[in-house]
Design a protein around this ligand. Structure first.
Ligand SMILES: [Zn+2]
Length: 150
């Protein structure tokens, strides 16, 4: 656990209300710092500190993809949208700002939602408004109900 690392802190000080899904290796939470027009963005995070997705141990690859898929499908149902964007950045040149693997999953209804995924930094400058924890927890609950683990 690194005290200066935001995601190490999230894993350490877990808040059950924002957790969508969890198993031995991964946790999925809603992000109160970013949202699309339909609701919270979900973040898939390994429980161990791994710098970026390219450094994720090979034995976790299939599991990660499975969790991305079940979260995405849950978001489609919870928000009643077809559009989903999935992205992650590797190193600062690509826009990685927190050096801990995290995959963003966004439900998209419009071009504006797509812009949040394509240019999060630019979007943040103009539009970023942190969601209240209460609102974020309500949205998390809505997605959590739609998680179907096979
Ligand atoms: Zn860390």
């Amino acid at each position: 656990m690194n005290k200066n690392c935001r995601f190490c802190q999230i894993i350490e000080n877990r808040n059950n209300e924002e957790i969508i899904f969890e198993n031995d290796n991964f946790i999925v939470i809603t992000d109160k710092y970013r949202k699309t027009s339909v609701g919270s963005i979900c973040l898939v995070i390994p429980k161990k500190h791994v710098k970026n997705i390219l450094e994720l141990p090979q034995n976790l690859n299939a599991e990660l993809l499975e969790i991305i898929k079940l979260t995405s499908k849950a978001m489609q149902r919870a928000y009643n949208v077809k559009g989903i964007r999935i992205w992650t950045a590797v190193n600062k040149e690509a826009g990685q700002s927190i050096f801990y693997t995290h995959i963003h999953i966004l439900a998209c209804k419009s071009i504006f939602d797509r812009l949040i995924a394509s240019f999060p930094g630019v979007y943040d400058l103009f539009v970023l408004k942190k969601m209240s924890s209460e609102k974020n927890f309500k949205l998390a609950e809505k997605i959590r109900k739609e998680i179907i683990v096979k």
